[in-house]
Every structure is written in C-alpha cells, then in structure tokens.
Design a protein around this ligand. Structure first.
Ligand code: SAT
Ligand code: MN
Length: 617
C-alpha cells in the first residue's frame, strides 16, 4: 500500500488501460496521475491531447450518457441539465486546509464559523478524502487534463493538471482553459514544481444523466501542497478547478507569496474619441454584470470597448512600475438570464456556436431561452426537463444557468488579450448591487482609501451561490467566497502594493443599481455605463472635473456626460444620505470587529475614522 492524500491506496497503474503513454506528462504531473489512479481505481485513463477528434469523442460520450443533448438550431451547441441539487457553487462545503487556522481565518473568528475563510484542519481533510475517493472511479474513465491558466508559456501564466471522471468537466476545461499536448510540452520543459494538482470526482457510482453526490460534496484546497480536491459536484465553480479554486483561491496565496494580485475582476480596453486606449479592471460579485461591462456597447459617440476577460484578473507590477494584467481564462462561463440583444449584443454574437449551455430552457426548434432573452418564447422545455409556457409560475431557466463559450469567439475580443506581458491597468473599479444610499461613482482619495473601499464593499446576494434571499452581504473585493488566506493579510498585501516608483491605478467605487422610492432604477446601466467610464478616464488624466464629498470624489455638476439620456435625477443618483452612511459606518465597524479583529491593518480603522469625521463635519 502507498499513502495518497493521506489515505491508503492500492491499485498499480499497470492495471489500467491508457489512451497515450503517461510519459507525455512531466515527472511530477505523472506521479500525481499515478497516485490518483491508485486511489480512484478507474478502468481506463484518457490523457487529453486537445485535438478536435478528442472533442468529438467527449461529446459522443456525454450524449451516450445522457448528460447533454444537441441544440440543432445552432452550430456545435449543447444543453446540459444538471441535477436540481447541483446548480451553483456551494460555499458551505468549500474549505481551505492548512496547518494553522490563523493562515485562513482572521483572528476574530478563530475556532468559530467565519464568513471570511472556511477552514479545515489536515486530519479532517485526510479523513474526508479517505472517506470519499478510494475506488470512486471503478469501472469508469479518468480524464487527465493538463492545462494552462493564461497564455501557454507566458511568464504570468501558471499550469495545472486536473484528473476527473466527468466528460462534461473535460469538455468544459477545453473551453475555459488552454489544454492538451502544447501545455504538456511546456510543462515538461518548465519548472514543474509549481504545477497545481487538481483531483475531481462527481462522486457518483454511475455516469448516467448528471452524476453528482450533493450530500457528500466537498471542495478542498491545500495551498502548501499546491493541491485541490473536489468531490460530489459537476457544476462550474465546483468542478472546473482552474477557475475559482486555482485562479482565485490558490492563486491569491501564490500572488501574496510572489508579490502580485489574483482578483475576481473583468478586464476591458477602452478607446476614447481622441484615440487614446486604456485598460480598466473591475471587481463585482458573481452575477452583478461583469460580463455585461466587459462586453459593453458604448452609447457615447467615439468610444470603443474591447474585452480582455470577464471574471478573473492576474495582475503584477512590471519593472517600469506599471500594473500589468492577464485574463488567465480561455472562455466565458457567463450567467445566461438577462442576456439579450438589448443588454449584451456582443455576448449574443459570441455564444451561439461551440457553446455548452447549462440549465437554460429549450425552445421547440432546438434553441435556447432564458428569462430576459426575448419577450415571447412560446412553449419551452424548462431547465428541469418539464413543459413550460408563459402561464408557468417557476422560471424556465435556472437563475444561475450559464453559457460556456470560447473567448476568441467574442467579436470585440481585445487584440492584446493573449499578450504574454499583460495589458497596462489605468483604473480599478469596485462595485455591487446597492439599491439605496450608494452613489453612481466615487473616486478614492488615494490607494489606501481605495483599499478601504474594496474592504467595505457590500452587495445584494445573487443566485451564483446557495443564498436564497436578497440580503445586503459584505463582499470585500468581490472575493469573500474566494480568499485563499486570512483576509487581514490580504488587506496588508494590497496596502503593500503602493510604492513610490509605481504608477498606482486610480480606484473607484461604482453602483449601477440604485433605485428611487418607487423601486425604479435611477440609472439606465448597460451601454450607458460608458458615461461613467468617460469620467473615470478624465480623472485618470487628472482633469479637474470632481467635487469632494465625505465618501470621496464625485463628478462636479455637469461633469458626468448625460447628453441625450432624457430625465436623469443626478441629485438622487449622487445623494449621500448622512443617516444611511453613519449606519453604514457602524455596520463596517461591526464587520471589521466581528470578522477580522486584530488582523485588520490599523490603516483601515484610520480610514473608517476619516469617513465618520467627514460625515459629521
Ligand atoms: O460558478 S462559478 O464560480 O464558476 C461562477 C461564479 O460564481 O462567478
Ligand atoms: Mn465570478
């Protein structure tokens, strides 16, 4: 017997059939695969080469298993219906495993359940793996996917190997990451000690339909071993381990160690009417419009937006002191509901070929539909496979239904989106869904004030995780579900980025979602958001177009271009109700005290004092 992931395993690799010799893997990746085989005991190992014929094989396997059905209305598009108990990330079953709890959980919450940092100790981790994985792939195929997060071979990229018993995961990883022979080649040449090991199983004895085991789902991260273990769920963020698990949770740990930033941010390129091009990164929580902003069709004449990424940014200051960002992903895993020709025509032009749709509704002519797509869809098959028409009382598509589409199909994909050195970032936006009290846009006075803005972000909950009611939740940096280490240390890391020889991006807080007393949105959003970006860019040029407020800098009267917008109540959009903000300050104090405690950098308390005294002045 050998010890694997802390438990006994017995099957030698010589007992399984393999699609291609494991020598195509680097020695460490190969050792990981062999350990995983011994543990999970599959019948066959398929090492993904990334070819088109392999894609056809995966599609056929999924159709035979009843995991996907074709959507004949489009070219190479597929519909997957999940088990209704496996539709989103499960934050309550997602843990970071380290020796010391303090590495993950801020001081205030040690030994208690925290909203920041779900901790599991090593013995519990080893038992959890030992209870689930031995023999879990018996009689089935293990897919081995070598993948690169970021352009293959770029100094800003990182590589991983995922083993999984899900053809859906293998196929989706082809879209969301760069995979196959070219990655394995680089892996063999490069320092492979850093390759992230990702073990995934649906946890199901069979493969029919949507295999999963929601009762026993666990998503575990072990930063010290560069290891991710996921069991029981086939759904996006739980199973495509390059995405949230690697690029954000492990990524944030690596970023801290190596002096860069791994963030839940879109990246867009924006060209102004003078032809000046800049890049902006923006952090909003899941299902708050990152994809829509990243692909915006600007309404202001002369502006052009190009998309680098819609979910994750890896950013590092270069030797000239410029913050450079890459999108580590290769595709979009976007929220379908609400996507339409009106709200996001660019997404609509991207997603109707080579796409896997998950949990959307199906039209009678073999197309897809979701709430907000068109007015009258006729009779549908809903996401659970039941007949649906406009008299139905449940949504046709699950609110967290998704499209999974290659990024290079986006008609406005930025020419630099795969550049090795990344794109230069001029501004960083934070934002969320705030129906009351929070202005359309506020600029931070300086870097540390901007870090405070990120730390104090709040947003209405969405369907992207297992939260069911609309409550205003704290979601610092839109990273609450994705921190790989102690949030207090994360704040110190952000503060340490500020150095005199660097061109620090300006930081802003935006809120497209403010409502009036009747519950109507005060701002049209979508393509009109370029008016906010227009002001942001003028501020990046240090133009005098702002006024000071207790929250930070806002556009001076008339400085936000609202030409041709019709009735916009800018007073209401920018009002700063004193009582609301004093309560907000109290909520922030409570959050800092209860959730972070002595791990909070003092600078954050100073910023909170500053906010209060400006409100009371
Ligand atoms: O489910 S995912 O984590 O892939 C998407 C999201 O919640 O942002
Ligand atoms: Mn996301």
């Amino acid at each position: 017997y050998t010890q694997i992931f802390g438990c006994r395993a017995s099957m030698p690799i010589s007992r399984v059939t393999v699609s291609q010799s494991l020598t195509c893997l680097s020695p460490k990746a190969r050792a990981f695969v062999e350990r995983s085989v011994a543990l999970c005991q599959p019948e066959h190992v398929h090492v993904c080469d990334g070819t088109d014929s392999e894609a056809d094989m995966l599609l056929k396997a999924m159709q035979d298993q009843g995991t996907i059905t074709p959507l004949p209305k489009y070219q190479n598009c597929w519909l997957a219906r999940t088990d209704p108990a496996d539709v989103a990330r499960v934050e309550s079953r997602t843990f970071i495993c380290t020796k010391r709890e303090r590495d993950v959980v801020p001081a205030a919450k040690l030994g208690k359940k925290s909203a920041l940092g779900n901790y599991m100790n090593i013995p519990t981790y080893e038992k959890a793996v030992g209870d689930r994985f031995p023999g879990c792939m018996r009689g089935r195929t293990m897919y081995v996917i070598a993948f690169s997060m970021g352009p293959v071979g770029s100094p800003l990229s990182k590589m991983g190997v995922e083993v999984t018993d899900s053809a859906y995961v293998a196929y989706s990883m082809r879209i969301m990451t760069r995979i196959g022979n070219r990655v394995m080649e680089v892996m063999r040449e490069k320092d492979e000690a850093k390759v992230v090991k990702c073990l995934h199983s649906t946890g199901s004895k069979g493969i029919a339909g949507w295999p999963c085991d929601p009762q026993r789902t666990l998503i575990l991260h072990r930063p010290s071993e560069n290891e991710i273990v996921s069991f029981g769920s086939g759904y996006g963020g739980n199973s495509l381990l390059g995405k949230k698990c690697f690029a954000l949770r492990l990524g944030s740990v690596l970023a801290r160690r190596e002096g860069w930033l791994a963030e839940h941010m879109l990246i867009l390129g924006i060209t102004d009417p003078e032809g000046n091009k800049r890049y902006i990164a923006a952090a909003f929580p899941s299902a708050c419009g990152k994809t829509n902003l990243a692909m915006m069709t600007p309404t202001l004449p002369g502006y052009k937006i190009e998309c680098v990424g819609d979910d994750i940014a890896w950013m590092k200051f270069d030797s000239d002191g410029v913050l450079r960002a890459i999108n580590p992903e290769n595709g979009f895993f976007g929220v379908a509901p609400g996507t339409s020709e009106e709200t996001n025509p660019i997404a609509m032009a991207s997603i109707f070929k080579n796409t896997v749709f998950t949990n959307v509704a199906e039209t009678e002519d073999g197309g897809v539909w979701w709430e907000g797509m068109t007015k009258d869809p006729g009779t549908l098959t809903d996401w659970k496979g039941e007949l649906w028409d406009s008299s139905s009382t449940t949504p046709a598509a699950h609110p967290n239904s998704r499209f999974c589409t290659p990024a290079n199909q986006c008609p406005i994909i930025d020419p630099e989106w795969e550049s090795d050195e990344g794109v230069p970032i001029s501004a960083i936006l934070f934002g969320g869904r705030r129906p009351t009290g929070v202005p359309l846009v506020v600029e931070a006075r300086n870097w540390r004030h901007g870090v405070f803005m990120g730390a104090t972000m709040r947003s209405e909950s969405t369907a992207a995780a297992e939260h069911n009611t609309k409550v205003i939740m704290h979601d610092p940096f839109a990273m609450r579900p994705f921190f790989g280490y102690n949030f207090g240390d994360y704040l110190k890391h952000w503060l340490s980025m500020n150095k005199s020889n660097r061109e620090m991006p300006k930081i802003f807080h935006v809120n497209w979602f403010r409502k009036d007393d009747q519950g109507k949105f005060l701002w049209p959003g979508y393509g009109e958001n370029c008016r906010v970006l227009d002001w942001v860019l003028r501020r990046c040029d240090n133009m005098n177009c702002f006024t000071e407020t207790p929250l930070g800098l806002v556009p001076s009267k008339g400085a936000l271009n609202t030409d041709g917008l019709g009735e916009i109540d800018t007073d209401a959009l920018f009002s700063i109700p004193k009582d609301f903000w004093l309560q907000e300050a109290d909520a922030i104090e409570k959050y800092f005290r209860d959730e972070v405690g002595s791990d909070l950098p003092n600078v954050m308390w100073e910023e909170l004092d500053g906010l209060r005294s400006r409100l009371l002045a």
